[in-house]
Design a protein around this ligand. Structure first.
Ligand code: ATP
Ligand code: MG
Length: 261
């Protein structure tokens, strides 16, 4: 379980560019939650994920993972417990290394220089074969040569190979063509269900936010303004969500790229 208490992230503190991007957020993420997180551009979604993964250190507040305060822990120290995927399929992989070397790096958390043996290869092949992308027959291929969809599938496998306590997905399908994006969403659902992962997924696709997960959060100006459980979100349409946003934020959802989908 993750508890976020009174979290505040301020950029450029003490300068004329000072900006509070996360504004006193309180949030409890329960084990097994699959949260979809939506909100306008600049509402603080990525910053929230970055505070949780340790890429950013907040100015105030606490992040507690299974009873341990990790607020000030380095990103590296949290990497074993928290997987983080981004829009760019190249983020998180070593493009000049082969698929099996990347997987070994992820599986062995740094001690990747240890020789990859047949047991490793068989394990990797089994995991990759579940993707149905023929990657199990490409273990020696450099990752930089794969398509965006294949790379993002591999990144998903790498982030979950050691079963993290929390998986953070930051618009991880947004840079892919529609077909690959659908495939990666399906794989995401499968891997989350199979491993009973706790997951927070940012999406700008309001329909995906309604379709996936057991909980829906919406951010606005650094705050969480909507928090819906499975039953509540099941009966909603994209239009209802838009109305709810308007009611809870006093703002029209008009200049936002969420409207595009
Ligand atoms: N390193 C930084 N320094 C200064 N300001 C930043 C920094 N990172 C983000 N911001 C600002 O913080 C605000 C929130 O950014 P963030 O990336 O968290 O938004 P987001 O909800 O993920 O938006 P998007 O939908 O565009 O990805 C924005 O106004 C952004 O310009
Ligand atoms: Mg973002």
């Amino acid at each position: 379980m993750i508890e976020i208490k009174q979290l505040k992230k301020i950029f450029n503190q003490g300068t004329i560019n000072e900006k509070t991007v996360i504004n006193n957020i309180d949030l409890t993420i329960n084990d097994g939650d699959f949260i979809s997180l939506i909100g306008a551009n600049g509402s603080g979604k990525s910053t929230l994920l970055n505070c949780i993964s340790g890429a950013l250190i907040p100015e105030q507040g606490n992040i507690i993972l299974d009873g341990k305060d990790i607020t000030l822990d380095s990103q590296h120290a949290r990497a074993h417990d928290i997987g983080h995927l981004f829009q760019d399929p190249m983020a998180g992989t070593a493009p000049h290394m082969s698929i099996e070397e990347n997987l070994a790096l992820a599986a062995k958390s740094g001690s990747w220089l240890a020789k990859i043996n047949e047991n490793d290869r068989n394990r990797f092949k089994k995991i990759l074969s579940e993707l149905n992308m023929d990657l199990e027959n490409k273990l020696q291929v450099e990752v930089g040569l794969l398509s965006g969809g294949m790379r993002q599938a591999l990144t998903l496998v790498m982030a979950t190979i050691n079963v993290p306590k929390l998986l953070l997905l930051d618009e991880h399908t947004a840079a892919l063509d529609p077909q690959s994006a659908d495939k990666i969403m399906q794989l995401t659902k499968d891997v989350v269900e199979k491993n009973n992962l706790t997951c927070m997924m940012v999406t700008h696709n309001m329909q995906s936010a309604l379709d996936y997960g057991n909980r829906l959060l919406m951010m606005h100006q650094g705050k969480i303004i909507i928090d819906l459980n499975k039953q509540e979100k099941e009966k909603l349409t994209v239009n209802d969500l838009r109305e709810l946003f308007k009611k809870n934020s006093d703002t029209e959802l008009s200049t936002d790229r969420m409207l595009l989908v």
